[in-house]
Design a protein around this ligand. Structure first.
Ligand SMILES: Cc1ncc(COP(=O)(O)O)c(C=O)c1O
Length: 425
């Protein structure tokens, strides 16, 4: 394949990509990794749904913690321990404000979305779900929001019921509502599908569940990086996400839980910090959020996530969403125009994810050849095998955009796909 396009030159030629002055080139300057070349080509990073990149202020904040503030938290009266504890708790408050939770104790630090869903399954599910009960999920879920509930269902003798989609990848809300009955105990729904980008009408779905006294967990792994989240407005019971998909580090995420529910849950992990008192006869547990944070947490990562939400808030989630939607519109129009390329997932409400298949070419070959042009996309089943099966494909190539991506990078992707087709022609 020949070089597809000079990203840096093209992007420099049109630095501002939206009418409201969103200066993507200024933003890109904050991300050192975006200056990389891969095999002599400028990196075009379009795998943001898997993990996004970290801006310098987040890297700097974690370095400052590591070089001047590190100690264990909650344990000592010395200077560094007090500083580290204050910074860790300040990160919790930043996240509380970012998603408009009522109280900071409603934010539990976890190692990520998967860990968060397991926390809710273990803490709420094992206590309140029993034999014959039903759990409603959707066919759009990531495996992280399927497997824990299946494990629980197998242990308790409960049943999983699955809300379907139409061929565009939109949830069929009437069918979801029809799944409810007197045995329904819990609902777990993804806010945005990682494989297709479909945005679910979660507020409406939560209201329907609540009218039947059924609590709802929202997997926000793909939404928190792209939309303004207001857990009070959504009225969800649990909201979970991962730091590494929203410009923060790996190894950190959160569960937001309504205080009343968190209070009545059993702890997920036992150990230090989550207790009030321990004897060999009986242990009493700490108050929330500490009841769910056994052991030494990833302190630097939590502080890094606090810096990441500061960074996103400074740009502004509405501006981020508008820029990403412009990229999605541009990419969709171009890819729709390519012969023998089919977009998988064309829901009317979509985040900036473009899954596609190229006729006669395996997605892994597409990904490998795009990589030779410096273009990073995801290929495979995207940890959503039931969804791909429903859509009749085993794998797709997926470009997922972030606010630091440019129109020139979309053009490079499209030129890259054409190049792949030429190789196989
Ligand atoms: C919708 C969704 N849920 C859950 C996860 C799991 O996130 P993590 O691997 O950070 O736990 C992902 C990751 O891709 C995701 O996209």
């Amino acid at each position: 394949m020949s070089a597809v396009i000079d990203i840096s030159a093209a992007a420099r030629a049109s630095p501002v990509h939206s009418a409201d002055g969103f200066d993507v080139m200024r933003i890109r300057a904050d991300f050192p990794i975006l200056k990389l070349e891969v095999g002599g080509k400028p990196l075009v990073y379009l795998d943001n749904a898997a993990s996004s990149q970290m801006p310098q202020p987040v890297i700097d904040r974690m370095l400052r913690y590591r070089t001047t503030q590190h100690a264990n938290i909650n344990r000592a009266v010395h200077y560094l321990s007090e500083v580290a504890t204050a910074e860790y708790e300040s990160a919790r408050q930043k996240i509380q404000r970012f998603i408009n939770a009522r109280e900071d104790r409603e934010i539990i630090f976890t190692s990520g979305t998967t860990d968060g869903i397991n926390l809710v399954m273990q803490g709420w599910g094992r206590k309140f779900i029993g034999a014959g009960d039903e759990i409603i999920l959707t066919v759009l879920e990531h495996h992280s929001n399927i497997v824990p509930w299946q494990m629980l269902a197998a242990e308790k003798g409960a049943t999983i019921r699955v809300a379907p989609i139409n061929d565009t990848g939109e949830l069929l809300v009437d069918d979801y509502e029809a799944l409810f009955n007197e045995r329904t105990r819990f609902v777990g729904i993804g806010h945005i599908s990682n494989a297709l980008g479909s945005i679910n009408p979660v507020k409406e779905m939560i209201a329907f569940a609540h009218a039947r006294d059924v609590p709802v967990l929202v997997d926000g792994a793909q939404a928190a990086p792209h939309l303004a989240i207001d857990v009070q407005d959504l009225d969800c019971d649990f909201y979970v996400f991962s730091g590494h998909k929203m410009c923060g580090p790996t190894g950190i995420g959160i569960v937001y839980g309504r205080a009343a529910l968190l209070d009545e849950m059993q702890p997920f992990k036992g150990g230090g910090d989550m207790i009030r008192s321990v004897t060999f006869e009986k242990t009493t547990y700490n108050a929330i959020p500490h009841k769910f944070e056994a052991g030494t947490p990833p302190i630097a990562a939590a502080i890094g996530l606090g810096a990441a939400v500061d960074y996103l808030s400074t740009i502004g989630m509405p501006a981020i969403e508008a820029h990403e939607q412009a990229l999605l519109r541009h990419a969709t129009a171009l890819v729709e125009g390519l012969a023998d390329v089919r977009i998988i997932g064309t829901s009317k409400r979509k985040a900036a994810v473009l899954s596609f298949v190229v006729a006669g070419i395996h997605p892994h070959d597409v990904g490998t050849l795009l990589n030779q042009e410096g273009i990073a996309v995801r290929t495979g089943h995207h940890c959503a095998q039931p969804l791909l099966k429903r859509l009749g494909v085993t794998a797709t190539s997926r470009a997922s955009f972030a606010f630091y991506n440019t129109v020139a990078e979309v053009d490079a992707l499209v030129a890259g796909i054409r190049g792949v087709q030429r190789v196989f022609a």
